[in-house]
Design a protein around this ligand. Structure first.
Ligand code: C2E
Ligand code: MG
Ligand code: MG
Ligand code: MG
Length: 286
C-alpha cells in the first residue's frame, strides 16, 4: 500500500494518523460525560452450573449508548477508558450498579448466588480499591460472598507483593476472585498457585472446534485438571454449541457461559429468565 502511494506516503500517513487521533479524542470527550448523561448500562449474562443444570450466576457486562456516536461495545471504549484513567470512575459505577442489581434480585426472591464483575488492571491497582469494594458492599447491603471480581492475567503479572496484598485484602472482605480469559495471558503457574483465586474462566478462543481440534481439546482438559488440583472452580466461556457443552460436561467442567445458554440480557429481563429457569427445574423435579 505504501509503494502505491508514491511520493505522498508521508502526508498520507500523517493525515491518517491525525484522523485516528482526532477520533480517539472525540471518543474520550464523550466518554468523560457518559456517566452523568446516563448513557452507561449493564447487561447480564447467565452462567450455568452444568452438573445441577441450574443458572445461579450472572456476569455484568457494560454497554454504552452514546447519544453522539451511537451504541459502542466494550472493546471499542474500555481500552480508551484504561489509557485515560476514566476506567477508575466507570469501574466504580459498574461495581455499584451490579451490587445494587444483585441485592435487589435476591431481595425479590430471585435465585442468584453470584454476581461477577469485570475489573481492569488499572482499577485493581488503583489505591484504595479493596476499601472501595468494602464501601460499596456496605452501601448496597450485598453479602460479600455473592460478589465475584473477574481479573485478567495482566493483573497478576504486576509486582507480586503488591498484587498479593490487594488479593488478600479482597479475600478478607469475603468476595470471590476469578481469572478471566484464562490461558491467553502470561501468568506463571507457580504464581497462580500462590494467589488466592477461586475460579478460572477458560478463554472462549479454546472452545473453537473443540471436538475436532486436538490442541484446543488438550488445553481445555489441562485447565480443568489444573483447576481441580488447585482446588479452584472452573467455568468455560463462549459456549455456542451443544457439542461444546457435552464435551465440557464429559470432561467434568463444572460451569459454562455462552450464547448457547443465553446472550447477555438487559436488566429488565434477568429476573424473568432466572425465575423461569428455576420454575422449569422445579417442575422437572416433581
Ligand atoms: P469478557 O469479560 O471475557 O466477557 C465475555 C465477552 O464475550 C462479552 O463480550 C460477551 O458478550 C461475549 N460472549 C459471551 N458469550 C459468547 C459466545 O458464546 N460467543 C462469543 N463470540 N462471545 C460471547 P462484551 O460484552 O462485548 O465484552 C467484551 C469485554 O469487555 C469483556 O470480556 C471484558 O473484558 C470487557 N468488559 C465488559 N464489561 C466490562 C466492565 O464493566 N468493566 C471492564 N473493566 N471491562 C469490561
Ligand atoms: Mg469477564
Ligand atoms: Mg472472559
Ligand atoms: Mg474474553
Amino acid at each position: 500500500y505504501a509503494k502505491r502511494g508514491g511520493g505522498n506516503n508521508y502526508q498520507y500517513f500523517t493525515t491518517r494518523m491525525s484522523e485516528i487521533a482526532l477520533q480517539r479524542l472525540n471518543l474520550e470527550n464523550h466518554l468523560r460525560k457518559a456517566i452523568e448523561l446516563n448513557e452507561l448500562e449493564l447487561h447480564y449474562q447467565p452462567q450455568l452450573d452444568i452438573g445441577k443444570g441450574e443458572f445461579c450466576a450472572l456476569e455484568a457486562l457494560i454497554r454504552w449508548k452514546c447519544q453522539a456516536l451511537g451504541p459502542l461495545a466494550p472493546n471499542d471504549f474500555i481500552p480508551v477508558a484504561e489509557e485515560t484513567g476514566l476506567i477508575v470512575n466507570i469501574g466504580e459505577w459498574v461495581l455499584r450498579q451490579a451490587c445494587q442489581q444483585a441485592k435487589k434480585l435476591r431481595d425479590d426472591g430471585v435465585p442468584l448466588s453470584r454476581m461477577a464483575v469485570n475489573v481492569s488492571a488499572i482499577q485493581f491497582l488503583h489505591k484504595g480499591f479493596p476499601l472501595l469494594v468494602k464501601k460499596i458492599l456496605a452501601e448496597t447491603g450485598l453479602e460479600p460472598a455473592v460478589l465475584e471480581l473477574e481479573l485478567t492475567e495482566s493483573v497478576l503479572v504486576n509486582e507480586e507483593e503488591i498484587v498479593l496484598n490487594v488479593l488478600q485484602s479482597l479475600k478478607e472482605i469475603g468476595v470471590e476472585l476469578a481469572i478471566d480469559d484464562f490461558g491467553t495471558g502470561y501468568s506463571s503457574l507457580s504464581r497462580l498457585k500462590s494467589f488466592p483465586i477461586d475460579r478460572l474462566k477458560i478463554d472462549r478462543s479454546f472452545m473453537h472446534n473443540i471436538e475436532q481440534d486436538p490442541d484446543n481439546a488438550a488445553i481445555v482438559i489441562a485447565i480443568i485438571a489444573m483447576a481441580e488440583s488447585m482446588n479452584m472452580k472452573v467455568i468455560a466461556e463462549g459456549v455456542e454449541t451443544d457439542n461444546q457443552l457435552s464435551f465440557l460436561s464429559k470432561k467434568r467442567c463444572t460451569e459454562a457461559q455462552g450464547y448457547l445458554l443465553s446472550k447477555p440480557l438487559p436488566s429488565a429481563e434477568i429476573a424473568k429468565f432466572l425465575l423461569k429457569e428455576f420454575s422449569s427445574r422445579v417442575r422437572a423435579a416433581m
